[in-house]
Design a protein around this ligand. Structure first.
Ligand code: ATP
Ligand code: NCN
Length: 260
């Protein structure tokens, strides 16, 4: 797979975001940079459309607000509202392609209104240095060697959901792994190496799958945060305080509002 510019994109419910959703980006970025597997120029969190209909999926406006609160301290990860603004659920292959095309088109055009989810490195096309102009011109003439690849960043459980009958289409899985690539962070109870070995398709494209071990393993999940909030127990340090305050203020997941 290319060792060029990479944007990591995580898809999911994020209902609510936990600190692990964001740790995943940091762990993956460090691993890729330390092995010289490419240059991470940005991260995108793409919450799923309400029509996905998963249990406890609160409205997208709440999930987006919580993600923005959770990401306030990040200089490189942005929330993309694009999936939530479509007429219905968007398959991940389509979302990856949309984000990749928009980033690369933005690189080759003087776009005055870039989408807010665009990584910061992509926003300064108008301020491009003269020494970079040749490269830009080459790209506009079809030389896309400097093209950005948007890779799917996920936990090992999402990779293993590839085997859930009827969930993903064969063609989509092959396009995601073959054209974009996966960055998979380890998760308790999953064995992504074995999973790849046992799938002919994943084995064929194994060079496009980066397995990242999270040595500070934990089982923080949205389910855990929802359960604690519902029971009126503390979820402090599992996600940002501002996210927990937002959940209480909006009485999400059965949480009680602040008692004054
Ligand atoms: N503790 C974790 N370790 C590794 N990856 C994780 C972890 N928690 C979430 N992820 C990953 O984050 C992405 C978004 O997942 P999702 O929104 O389903 O989170 P979740 O916490 O697993 O949610 P839920 O508990 O509602 O199923 C997925 O790729 C998932 O694998
Ligand atoms: O594209 C597909 O075929 C596809 C099939 C199943 C799940 N997904 C995506 O995977 C994510 C699953 O999120 P979650 O919270 O159920 O782990 C969500 O973003 C879905 O859009 C995508």
């Amino acid at each position: 797979m290319s060792q060029g510019k990479i944007v990591l994109m995580a898809c999911g419910s994020f209902s609510p975001p936990t600190y692990m959703h964001l740790r995943m980006f940091e762990i993956a970025k460090d691993y890729i940079h330390s092995l010289g597997l490419g240059t991470i120029i940005g991260g995108i969190v793409s919450p799923v459309h309400d029509a996905y209909g998963k249990k406890d999926l609160v409205a997208a406006n709440h999930r987006i607000s919580m993600l923005k609160l959770a990401l306030r301290s990040s200089g490189w990860i942005k929330v993309s509202e694009w999936e939530t603004q479509q007429a219905g659920w968007t398959r991940t292959k389509v979302s990856l392609q949309y984000h990749q095309d928009t980033i690369n088109n933005n690189l080759t055009s003087n776009n005055d209104n870039p989408p807010s989810w665009l990584p910061d490195d992509m926003l300064n096309v108008n301020n491009i240095q003269p020494r970079d102009l040749n490269k830009l011109n080459e790209r506009m003439n079809g030389n896309m060697e400097d093209k950005v690849t948007v890779k799917l960043l996920c936990g090992a459980d999402l990779l293993e959901s590839f085997a859930t009958p009827g969930l993903w289409s064969e063609e989509d899985m092959e396009a995601i792994v073959g054209r974009h690539g996966l960055v998979v962070v380890s998760r308790a109870g999953c064995d992504p190496g074995k999973f790849i070995y046992e799938s002919d398709m994943l084995y064929k494209y194994r060079r496009n799958v980066t397995l990242v071990t999270n040595y500070i393993a934990n089982e923080v999940s949205s389910t855990v945060v929802r359960r604690l909030m519902r029971r009126g127990e503390s979820a402090k340090y599992l996600t940002e305080d501002s996210v927990l305050a937002y959940i209480r203020q909006n009485c999400l997941y059965g949480a009680e509002p602040f008692v004054t």
